[in-house]
Design a protein around this ligand. Structure first.
Ligand code: COA
Length: 324
């Protein structure tokens, strides 16, 4: 059975950077109080990239995909599978993956979206891995992309300071050597209310609440426990010890969650990729953006073992353990 091996990665961040001070000044004009000090202390976030009005998830996803294909040296025509993880799709349908396929000039392969919020990329990567392992795809493009700024309630300071926009992508190819060694996905739908955007479009109107709502403390606690267990489970499945992990690339929601996780797993800070300070939480894009950044700056090297982890609304969580 072939492995699925990551042979390229890419990322795209919209050019507009909004620092905490800039955001605090903008919120102050509407009598909403926040500060760089509060945001940095509670989250580690210093800035985020925000897409211009009208920019779409498929546009960001296409830019990341083009960078990943160039890095892999693969022509879009070779792709037989495209999966986009997003909670901010351009349309109800068709899927963002179909829009990206058209933008890339590819045709004929499977293309679909995965919806698992901030766990989306890990869900999509595990799904693509299963396709490749089963012989149903040979060359796959997996993207996490979001315009999360479009579902934020900018009058709710407890959520609007936490998120940003962006896209990250990897190209997978069938290979005789590992490759993705194990993957593990979980959900607990009974926790849907702690993080949701419970709105819909029906009969020409928005029905329900179109904005993201969150119980921050409940999410914090569940994120730490579920990611700890997931890391242990995926390592057990692959028969790889935690000490053998060269890099932990966790979902970038909050530096305090990441630090708790590292301590619980006994993984030192030097082995943990952190981008939340300059990207904020880009939901499904956060893991591939962090992976791409660390790969391009030479931290993640060929042959190393990388643990990627996602967690978010649903409630969902999961891990992918891979050799790069
Ligand atoms: C959201 C989060 C940063 C809040 O931090 P916290 O330490 O739990 O803070 P609390 O919610 O208890 O709020 C503490 C105070 O800060 C205030 N506050 C909330 N947001 C604020 C902001 N942006 N600026 C200033 N004050 C703020 C609250 O109103 C509250 O004030 P009060 O004590 O007068 O009522 C934290 O819970 C968190 O990061 N949770 C996980 C969220 C996450 O990662 N979600 C995505 C997962 S995919």
């Amino acid at each position: 059975m072939p492995y699925a091996k990551i042979i390229g990665s890419g990322g795209y961040l919209p050019p507009r950077v909004v620092t905490n001070d800039e955001l605090a000044a903008e919120l102050a004009t509407r009598n909403i109080e926040t500060s760089d000090t509060w945001i940095v202390e509670r989250t580690g976030i210093r800035q985020r990239h925000i897409a211009d009005p009208g920019a779409t998830t498929s546009q960001l996803a296409t830019r990341a995909a083009q960078a990943a294909l160039a890095d892999a040296g693969i022509d879009a025509g070779e792709l037989d599978l495209i999966i986009v993880a997003t909670s901010t799709p351009d349309f109800v349908f068709p899927s963002t993956a179909c829009l990206v396929q058209a933008n890339l000039g590819a045709k004929g392969g499977a293309a679909f979206d995965v919806q698992a919020v901030c766990s989306g990329f890990v869900y999509a990567l595990a799904t693509a891995d299963a396709f490749v392992r089963a012989g149903r795809a040979k060359t796959a493009l997996v993207i996490g992309a979001e315009v999360f700024s479009s579902i934020l309630d900018w009058s709710d300071r407890s959520t609007c300071v936490l998120f940003g926009d962006g896209a990250g992508a990897v190209v997978l190819k069938a290979s005789e050597e590992p490759g993705i060694m194990a993957a593990q996905l979980n959900a607990d739908g009974s926790q849907m209310k702690i993080l949701c955007a419970a709105g819909n479009v029906a009969h020409g109107k928005v029905v329900g609440d179109p904005f993201l709502r969150m119980d921050g403390q409940a999410v914090f606690k569940l994120a730490v426990t579920s990611l700890t267990q997931s890391a242990l489970d995926v390592c057990k499945e692959a028969d790889v010890s935690l000490e053998a992990i060269d890099w932990l690339v966790p979902h970038q929601a909050n530096v305090r969650i990441i630090n708790f996780l590292g301590r619980r797993l006994n993984i030192p800070d030097e082995k943990v990729v952190v981008t939340v300070d300059h990207h904020a939480n880009t939901s499904a894009a956060s893991v591939p953006l962090a992976f791409d950044e660390a790969r391009r700056d030479g931290r993640i090297k060929p042959g190393q073992t990388v643990l990627m982890q996602g967690v978010g609304g649903g409630f969902t969580w999961g891990s992918v353990l891979t050799r790069v």
